[in-house]
Design a protein around this ligand. Structure first.
Ligand code: KIV
Length: 275
């Protein structure tokens, strides 16, 4: 048996067990190329609907479709063998009713082979989450700043700024934890809110612009790689500057093409050195 065959995929059960333990490292992945790089290192690859903005240049995630999530999810599952793969349910594909949500989630899971789905919402989504979980669909929740509600929020703004708003978000997290989510993304909240949720729920919290106290952290991979040279939210740390590196490489390529120094004899078939 090959070594590759011995690699065991991280399961939903493994993630659940990490509450209060070694922090869970999550990054987004939308393509096979990125999935291959992420797979040996992170615990979860999240095929987030942020792909609408990152890959397709949309201004919000609202235009993302279920088919888009399935195409990217299939690529990521195919190119990975160790990380737990979770796929976002896009806007409009689950909010209408538990039955609609079940049909979408079942299709996403059957077509891609992912381990579970993620959906945004608090108390108002608890019934749907319980419906899915009781029918065998592992669900990751998402509270705080929920990008699919960007228009209702009046922009991408930090949530939970006053005590009443903070308590609502904590109550939302507790409601979806009770409904059966295996983990909760807490996005764009005051630090004390992320900490409070982590203390009060029995499932691991994954913070993004939340708190170091969360049971794990998630970032959009292209953000943390520094692939965008423009605006970055405060909660993003650039662990590399690949955008600048890529532009240096593009400039070198353009120069060599124009100077006819690329391709060289070593890149050609049947061309002798010095010709
Ligand atoms: O869509 C996404 O990538 C996300 C993460 C930022 C949590 O929801």
């Amino acid at each position: 048996m090959s070594i590759a065959a011995n690699v065991k995929r991280i399961t939903i059960h493994d993630i659940r067990q990490r509450k209060g333990g070694i922090p869970i490292a999550v990054l987004t992945g939308y393509t096979a190329t990125m999935a291959r790089l992420l797979d040996p290192l992170v615990d979860i690859i999240l095929v987030g609907d942020s792909l609408g903005m990152v890959i397709y240049g949309m201004e919000t995630t609202l235009g993302v479709t279920v088919d888009m999530m399935i195409h990217h999810g299939e690529a990521v599952v195919r190119a990975s063998r160790r990380a737990c793969i979770i796929i976002d349910m896009p806007f409009g594909s689950y909010q209408e009713s538990p039955q609609t949500a079940f049909r979408t989630a079942a299709r996403v899971m059957a077509m891609t082979g992912c381990a579970g789905v993620k959906l945004e919402g608090g108390d108002e989504m608890a019934e749907t989450i319980s419906f899915l979980v009781q029918r065998g669909i592992p669900v990751m929740g998402h509270v705080g700043l929920m990008p699919q509600s960007v228009h209702a929020f009046g922009g991408f703004r930090t949530q939970g700024r006053d005590e009443a708003a903070a308590e609502t978000i904590v109550a939302d997290a507790m409601a979806i934890a009770a409904a059966g989510v295996f983990s909760i993304v807490v996005e764009g909240v005051m630090e004390s809110v992320g900490r409070r949720i982590t203390e009060r729920v029995h499932v691991p919290t994954i913070g993004v612009g939340a708190s170091p106290a969360c049971d794990g952290q998630v970032l959009v991979t292209e953000d943390m790689l520094g692939m965008f040279n423009e605006f970055q939210p405060r909660f993003v740390k650039q662990f590399a500057h690949l955008g600048m590196e890529a532009q240096k490489a593009f400039a070198a390529y353009v120069e060599e093409v124009r100077a006819r120094t690329f391709p060289g004899h070593e890149h050609c078939f049947g061309m002798k050195k010095g010709n």
